[in-house]
Ligand binder design. Structure first.
Ligand code: FAD
Ligand code: SIN
Length: 530
């Protein structure tokens, strides 16, 4: 292992909205180290388009936003958590504006757009590239703070726990992490009094996903291996409208396009098909409903895609509201001001994750989690659009508050054993890793997608078991690489998704199975215990 451990007061894994919010709030009192596995802006945060939900429109109320969140979440949400997040939203937006996020305004007020499942205009945004502006502002605040050390290209492998203590205390604490340094190819130890997991979701378990390359469920997998409960992993969200393009496989067409009047049309019949699936809410029904409707049309008519058309709103309106998407599509010879955009559903968001309470505490002492890696009770069986960035800000801050209030209880780390360097052989079969990556993502897409059956889930479980044996054997013998670290986590995440899906004997929200099409009267979380 390379050198002495790096020590700080608090270690944050992840430099997206959740991690940086926690770090910035902690840095007034503590020394904070933030690790990212690639560049600092490579998580989902920078890719967010639509915006951030908050009650700001006259006539809208917290109760409306709470109700919309619980309707979208199919009743599985934790009401107290929903209230906490919704009620903290306006203040979170204000803080972001103070940090310099240039939200769009209209006649002196914030401009609010609309998205599926929202009963009011509620989405604060920066054109159609909100995430980029948020990421930039948070990174600037973090860079300007002398108490924050930002460390990119450091791929965390696993949490360092009591099992890794030189003198085993048996307390079960988390003391930091082992991480692979891409620059040196060595494994380094980072220790701290408290560790915050903010590693994002597991979208890349699926062949088609809007999420960035690094969304491999690392935090979920490492928390599970360390002994945390994981909950509701069957609720993988599919965004209804990802661009259908054979070269660009993961470009999102924001829900705000439908919010601002975009219509979904079957290219074969020329009909606006949402009439048959949700005549009242049409294109603005919650995501699970719209994604299933598109999936059904595609399968019924043997289509490759459906059309999303907003050209009737006029070229000026379209270009003003969606400049980023318009420019990107023009590069691909698609003009959304004059014709439709071909779209398909794609994996988009991980509703489940590491179980946390309203202070962001996990099951393990000294370990916190926030953002997409966590299952806080906010989203239930289906996340409401634009509630995710919001969760990152509210929980990033909640974690920081709890750590500050309980600092005296968070013991400093003892001596931790260095990384075991006995696996020094470099693999001569990198092809195995590549092959397995593709295989997992393909069978997850085919067997654990929008519409499920027990038989398909069991097939996936069988494939996962075989691949896990192979990858564990590989992991045990060869020197770790970033691809191997991610493959191991991808498999762990896929396993958690499939086990959770098999456990749920009903259809609810994002989990729809032909074998149990009914929704049971009582909503219960799926909780996997290590
Ligand atoms: P991320 O922003 O994903 O950051 C994860 C961080 O963890 C990264 O820094 C990464 O490097 C680091 N990390 C991961 N694994 C490791 C490891 N092993 N070692 C070290 N570091 C690691 N939500 C909304 O509310 N509104 C929207 O408009 C919206 N639009 C979206 C559009 C797209 C295309 C996508 C993909 C998502 C969108 N979402 C939106 C969802 C939202 O962007 C994410 O849920 C949110 O940004 C997650 O933030 P996070 O801080 O939890 O994680
Ligand atoms: C979008 O812009 O459609 C994404 C919004 C979200 O994921 O919340």
């Amino acid at each position: 292992m390379a050198g002495d451990p790096h020590t700080s007061d608090i270690l944050v894994i992840g430099s997206g909205a959740a991690g940086l919010t926690a770090a910035i709030n902690l840095a007034s009192r503590f020394k904070v180290t933030v690790l990212a596995k690639g560049a600092l802006n490579e998580g989902s945060t920078a890719w967010a388009q639509g915006g951030i939900a908050a009650v700001l429109e006259p006539g809208d109320t917290f109760e409306n936003h709470i109700e919309d969140t619980i309707v979208a979440g199919a009743g599985l949400n934790d009401r107290a958590t929903v209230e906490m997040v919704v009620e903290n939203a306006p203040a979170a937006i204000e803080r972001l504006a103070k940090l310099g996020v240039p939200f769009n305004t209209d006649k002196g007020s914030l401009h609010l757009t609309r998205e599926g499942g929202h009963s009011h205009r509620r989405i604060v945004h920066v054109d159609d590239a909100t995430g980029w502006a948020v990421q930039e502002a948070l990174l600037k605040a973090a860079r300007d703070n002398p108490n924050i050390t930002l460390v990119p290209d450091m791929v965390v492998i696993d949490l360092a726990t009591s099992r890794h203590e030189e003198r085993y205390s048996g307390a079960g604490n988390v003391w930091g992490v082992y991480a692979f340094n891409r620059a040196t190819n060595r494994v380094e130890l980072f220790t701290a009094n408290a560790t915050v997991l903010a590693t994002g979701g597991a979208g890349r378990t699926y062949l088609f996903s809007t999420a960035p390359r690094g969304a491999t469920g690392d935090g979920i997998a490492m928390a599970w291996r360390a002994g945390c409960r994981i909950s509701n992993m069957e609720f993988m969200q599919f965004h209804p409208t990802c661009l259908y393009n054979l070269e660009v496989k993961n470009f999102l067409i924001t829900e705000a396009v439908r919010g601002e009047g975009g219509r979904l049309i079957n290219p074969q019949t020329g009909k606006r098909f949402m009439t048959y699936y949700d005549a009242e809410r049409m294109e603005l029904a919650p995501r699970d409903v719209v994604a299933r409707a598109i999936d059904a049309e595609i399968k019924r008519y043997g289509l490759d895609y459906v059309h999303l058309d907003i050209s009737h709103m006029g070229a000026d309106f379209v270009k003003q509201h969606f400049p980023t998407i318009h420019a990107r599509l023009i590069d691909l010879d698609i003009d959304m001001t004059t014709g439709p955009i071909p779209v398909v559903p794609a994996q988009h968001y991980t509703c489940g994750g590491v179980v946390i309470d309203r202070d962001g505490r996990t099951d393990l002492p000294n370990l916190y989690a926030a953002g997409e890696v966590s299952q806080s009770g906010l989203h239930g069986a289906n996340r409401l659009a634009s509630n995710s960035l919001l969760e990152c800000f509210v929980f990033g801050e909640a974690v920081a508050k709890h750590i500050a209030a309980h600092w005296g209880d968070l013991a400093p780390p003892p001596a931790i054993r260095p990384w075991d360097e006995s696996r020094v052989t470099d693999s001569d079969e990198e092809v195995v890793i590549k092959q397995n990556w593709t295989e997992i993502r393909r069978f997850m897409w085919n067997y654990v997608g929008i519409v499920r059956t027990t038989k398909r889930l069991e097939r996936a479980a069988h494939r996962i078991k075989m691949l896990r044996d192979e990858v564990n054997d590989y992991y045990g013998h060869f020197r770790v690489t970033p691809d191997l670290i991610e493959l191991r986590n991808l498999l762990e995440s896929a396993d958690l998704i499939v086990r959770s899906a098999l456990h749920r004997k009903e259809s609810r929200g994002l989990h729809y199975t032909l074998d149990y099409p009914e929704t049971l009267d009582v909503a219960v979380d799926t909780v996997l215990v290590p």
